[in-house]
Design a protein. Structure first.
Length: 152
């Protein structure tokens, strides 16, 4: 059975995109600064989403740049959500650790262990391979925008 989802890609130079699948949110950030505007759009989308989120996958290529205020807002929005972060940057992994200190239920993985991250979430009835394809699609689309100069 195919997953039903819609990608939310930025219409401006933002670096964040996402997709909701049932009670799961997948977010991808390409390199660069996260804008307050785009984070606000995500927070609004989460608050308007008709399903209570239980799981989240945050994926990142390059150095993620979040302010302390953005980290705090994120930790408040995702309180009670089981999260994994798939990253390739050591400093970004440090941000993940800081989010954990703020009370988020989050664990970090590198890209070589992306499927392990999805399996770690323990989503009942999910297909980790199918979810990994969505993560990879968000990543690939985000990195295309970087290469095309449509971001940043």
């Amino acid at each position: 059975m195919a997953l039903e989802y819609e990608l939310n890609l930025p219409s401006d130079g933002s670096n964040m995109s996402w997709a909701f699948i049932g009670d799961l949110l997948i977010v991808f950030n390409s390199p660069g600064e996260l804008t307050d505007k785009r984070l606000g759009e995500l927070i609004r989308a989460v608050s308007e989403y008709p399903v209570k989120l239980k799981y989240g996958i945050g994926a990142n290529i390059g150095r993620g740049q979040m302010t302390s205020v953005q980290r705090k807002r994120s930790s408040e929005v995702f309180s009670g959500v089981r999260l994994v972060s798939i990253v390739d940057d050591r400093i970004t992994r440090g941000i993940v650790t800081a989010l954990g200190w703020l009370g988020m239920n989050i664990k970090g993985f590198d890209w070589d262990h992306a499927k392990d991250a999805i399996e770690y979430l323990g989503i009942p009835g999910s297909d980790p391979d199918a979810l990994l394809k969505v993560v990879e699609e968000l990543r690939d689309r985000g990195m295309e925008r970087v290469k095309e100069g449509k971001q940043g």
